[in-house]
Design a protein around this ligand. Sequence first.
Ligand SMILES: Nc1ncnc2c1ncn2[C@@H]1O[C@H](COP(=O)(O)OP(=O)(O)O)[C@@H](O)[C@H]1O
Ligand SMILES: O=P(O)(O)OC[C@H]1O[C@](O)(COP(=O)(O)O)[C@@H](O)[C@@H]1O
Length: 324
Amino acid sequence: MKKIAVFTSGGDAPGMNACVRAVVRTGIYHGLEVYGIMYGYDGMINGEIKKLQTHSVSNIVQRGGTILKSARSDDFRTREGRQKAYEQLQKHGIEGLVAIGGDGTFTGADLFAKEFGMKVIGCPGTIDNDIYGTDYTIGFDTALNTALEAIDKVRDTAAAHDRIFFIEVMGRDSGYIAVECGIGGGAELVMVPETKTTISDVVKSLKGLRKTKTSSIVIVAEGDEEGGAAEVMSKVKNEVNDDRMDFKVTTLGHIQRGGNPTAKDRILGSRCGLAAVEGLMEGKTNCMAGIIHDEVAYTDFQDCINKDKPLNKDYLRLVDILSI
Ligand SMILES: Nc1ncnc2c1ncn2[C@@H]1O[C@H](COP(=O)(O)OP(=O)(O)O)[C@@H](O)[C@H]1O
Ligand SMILES: O=P(O)(O)OC[C@H]1O[C@](O)(COP(=O)(O)O)[C@@H](O)[C@@H]1O
């Protein structure tokens, strides 16, 4: 293998730049030519491909977002789109790809590799931490710490005014951010998509806590089955029907996906990037380079896509016990 390319796809997650840098520098270190594809699969189809040098990735290890930009591509979901993408890669003589993204990116990559014989290794880039085959995903730690900092600030005003705050964090299908910032932020309750918490459960807990506490923080993952924080708050308010309880909502939103990556995300991105390139050089394909128990681990795309990474139930128990 002489030429490889790297791209970021789907969303963006802090630490992706560290990963891109590692791919470029590891490739060059091993004598490969490394190309960057802009705007994910859309850029692959449109031929937005450029050769990268060591200096192309200078001064990015500390930056959030992705210098290669990111996009969601409908065209890549079609056979014609993937055919065009393959032709563009052939023009440059590219034989291997490093795909930095989430489940969707890996689904497209797996299909593409099987259809055209392209070699592809993925790196797990999502703040949601919901990818099987790695203990942590690139971006999760930064998002968690951003959310935690915001929760600390909200707690100050919650305490000063004896309020009950419903704080919405990201996680369309996953409660990792919610549960971990719930523990770290000392939340009274955490609502996540993985477990059912009814409005009556919430009301019962809040009324119970009222006997010992004057303020409370409820963390709601955006994908909770009862709705986001605003919807949960309004349902709880209706059921409580007590004007003495002062409810507020804060939605943290996309601030969680931005900002300079933490040390953990820079290191994770760097390790996965290096492992992806060396994996390609060893002939591996259709798998993701992740880290399990502090060791590099390659997991088949099919497992990454189809297997669940369950939340640690001990974490939810921890929130319950520590919030009394
Ligand atoms: N079944 C599929 N077939 C082909 N391409 C796909 C498929 N699923 C996802 N993709 C491609 O991967 C891109 C990123 O997927 P998406 O789910 O948006 O993000 P993520 O990688 O973060 O999960 C999509 O925009 C699409 O181009
Ligand atoms: O508004 P967008 O860009 O669709 O992103 C929202 C989604 O992004 C996520 O944060 C995941 O993003 P990443 O996978 O890119 O990290 C989800 O939790 C959330 O539902």
